[in-house]
Design a protein around this ligand. Structure first.
Ligand SMILES: Cc1ncc(COP(=O)(O)O)c(C=O)c1O
Length: 263
């Protein structure tokens, strides 16, 4: 479903056999493949997904049917954006740098029975989950400052009303932007409506020069980081937990003005 899944697949091939059982590469990763009846090898150790695709703006709204195999999910760009049923996963992992804190900290939620000494030969001691779990995540020197900031964010999320409230806040923000995109004659969202991310909203005008003009004018007006990932072009608004509703409202206001001026 995009760059991160591809990288995970390539990396896994170094350590064992990796099989791609689903892909949305045929339509530039603009949708989430149907994962209700995948051809999963019987002896597979796990099924991997990148749950929210940061670059392409898609999100699994339904988890794949893993047919009893352990589900491993990279949740880097959706972690803490809404409630999650952790019992459905074997491993949930992600970098904290989107919704939680500064880069340099990884959160891993691992099912107890997967925290064992049964690891691939040659696995570095500090990369064994058991090493980290047994040492209370203090086997080596942790990035204390980053963890301290994560703690502050956890408290902020609780104060906001927890993950149910975060979800409502994020849905409200995303709706403002998607509703505008759906009726705009200039801008177009690139993801099929049913698989749209609440966090990352990619859009285009259909004209690379006009996209460039929009990004330049938006930047001048104080809207930063709207340029799409270098591999896909266009625009992408990342509206993580910390983005207030007013931020999205201002962006839509600016887009309307740009549309009127460039129709
Ligand atoms: C879904 C996802 N996975 C993995 C990564 C890689 O994170 P890092 O750069 O911390 O390795 C990113 C970064 O943007 C991401 O969005």
């Amino acid at each position: 479903t995009g760059q991160w899944a591809k990288k995970a697949y390539q990396e896994a091939q170094k350590y064992g056999e990796a099989v791609a059982v689903a892909s949305s590469a045929d339509k530039t990763f603009s949708y989430i493949p149907d994962c209700s009846d995948l051809d999963i090898p019987e002896d597979a150790d796990y099924v991997y997904i990148c749950e929210n695709n940061t670059i392409y703006g898609t999100k699994y709204k339904t988890l794949p049917n893993t047919k009893g195999h352990t589900l491993v999910a990279d949740v880097s760009s959706c972690f803490l954006s809404e409630p999650v049923d952790v019992t459905k996963y074997g491993v949930i992992y992600g970098g904290v740098q989107k919704n939680v804190g500064p880069a340099g900290v990884v959160i891993a939620i691992i099912r107890e029975d997967l925290i064992t000494d049964d690891v691939l030969e040659g696995t570095p001691t500090m990369l064994k989950w058991k090493t980290q779990a047994d040492a209370g995540s203090l086997y080596n020197t942790p990035p204390c400052y980053g963890i301290y900031i994560c703690g502050k964010v956890f408290k902020w999320i609780k104060k906001m009303g927890g993950l149910e409230a975060m979800k409502a806040h994020n849905e409200k923000k995303a709706k403002i932007l998607y509703d505008y995109l759906d009726q705009s004659k200039l801008f177009k969202g690139t993801v099929v409506p049913e698989d749209r991310s609440l966090m990352n909203v990619p859009f285009v005008t259909g004209d690379a020069e006009l996209d460039k003009k929009f990004v330049a004018e938006a930047t001048a007006a104080g809207f930063v980081n709207l340029k799409g990932h270098r591999t896909v072009g266009g625009m992408r608004a990342s509206i993580y937990n910390a983005m207030p509703i007013e931020g999205v409202e201002k962006l839509v206001e600016f887009m309307k003005k740009f549309e009127a001026e460039n129709a």
